[in-house]
Every structure is written in structure tokens, then in C-alpha cells.
Design a protein around this ligand. Structure first.
Ligand code: CU
Length: 195
């Protein structure tokens, strides 16, 4: 166990288990707090060689909720913010990774933002205080997010020793070391201590 202090104090460990024959250079595993799997945790492999290909994402404003709640994109990606409600919304962020403020007056209104800087964007709506979403911008071509069972899989990572970085909404960020084999899968369990 290690004590990490990144944002909030955490007790966390990454346990490398065994190597199973599977896809070459795959980092796969689970993110948990205590024994509970964490959905929508963002996992990235930092420092591995490879070109980042910017992508596109859409975040809807629907029923006074941002959908999806968590979005992960590589640096340089474009994100469309779309109003699906028939009334005024706003989107803004004061996060250092991207500052913006735009109104979405009516159904079908859309705004385009470009996430050029890695980091965490805390997006909100000035009209509806309860509306909130996260955009995680990663500086890596190798990233993923956990499903409802807390499971992630990142394929085609070049062999080497890197940092694996995990972000979760309620438990903060942790970084650990992962050794990616020349072939096969390295299973990883990222474990946050229960608070
Ligand atoms: Cu709103």
C-alpha cells in the first residue's frame, strides 16, 4: 500500500497480477473503492510512444442533465455541446484546461469547443445549478474508461514501463507504474481505499 496525495489524500495500490495470453500490449483490469467497482473512471497510459489522434465527442443537454456525465477525449479533440431541451441552457467551464461560456438558447442549439490542453474540465450550466459534467482530456493515445462493473481495457500499448493514471469523480486521481509486456495482457487492479 502507498499513500498518495494528488488532490485529496488517498490510500491506493495497483496490483499487478499475472500475465495471460491475450491481445498484445493490452492493459486491462478493474478500478474499485473498497470492494465496490467504480464506473466512469478514466484510465490513461502516460508517456508511451504513439501519435495522438484527436477525436470528436457530443455532450447533450437533455432533461436538465448533461449526457454523458463523463467524457474522455485525447488532446486536440472537438466536442459538440447540443441542447436537446426546448428551453435555454448555458455551458461554461472555469477549469484551467479550458475556459468557456456559451449560451444554448433553444432546442438544437450547438456549441463547439476544442480541448487542446490535457486536464479535467468541470462543465456546468449557469441556468440550472444542478447540471454538471466532466470532460477528461488525456495526453495519450492509450486511454479508456470503466464500464458499470468497473472494468477497463486498453489495447495496443507499446511494450515498456509507464505511468497509469486514473481519475474518478469522487476519489480523485492516482498514478502508478505499469509494465506493459511485448505481448499479452497485463491485468491491473486499481484500488482506492474506502473512505
Ligand atoms: Cu441548463
Amino acid at each position: 500500500m502507498k499513500y498518495l496525495s494528488i488532490g485529496v489524500p488517498l490510500v491506493a495500490s495497483v496490483l499487478s497480477l499475472c500475465v495471460m495470453p491475450a491481445f498484445a500490449g493490452t492493459v486491462a483490469g478493474r478500478v474499485e473503492v473498497g470492494a465496490t467497482p467504480i464506473a466512469d473512471a478514466v484510465v490513461s497510459i502516460e508517456g508511451a510512444p504513439g501519435a495522438i489522434t484527436p477525436g470528436r465527442a457530443i455532450i447533450d443537454q437533455k432533461g436538465k442533465v448533461f449526457v454523458p456525465h463523463v467524457t474522455v477525449v485525447p488532446k486536440g479533440s472537438k466536442i459538440f455541446l447540443v441542447n436537446d431541451d426546448d428551453f435555454l441552457h448555458n455551458t461554461y467551464s472555469r477549469s484551467p484546461a479550458l475556459v468557456f461560456n456559451t449560451n444554448q438558447p433553444s432546442q438544437g442549439s450547438r456549441s463547439l469547443i476544442t480541448a487542446n490542453k490535457a486536464g479535467v474540465i468541470d462543465m456546468r450550466c449557469h441556468i440550472h445549478g444542478q447540471m454538471q459534467a466532466w470532460i477528461i482530456v488525456v495526453d495519450s493515445p492509450y486511454y479508456g474508461a470503466t464500464n458499470s462493473r468497473g472494468i477497463f481495457s486498453i489495447r495496443d500499448v507499446p511494450a515498456g514501463t509507464y505511468h497509469i493514471k486514473v481519475w474518478t469523480e469522487r476519489n480523485g486521481v492516482l498514478t502508478e507504474v505499469v509494465k506493459v509486456p511485448k505481448e499479452g495482457t497485463v491485468p491491473v487492479i486499481v484500488k482506492y481505499a474506502a473512505k
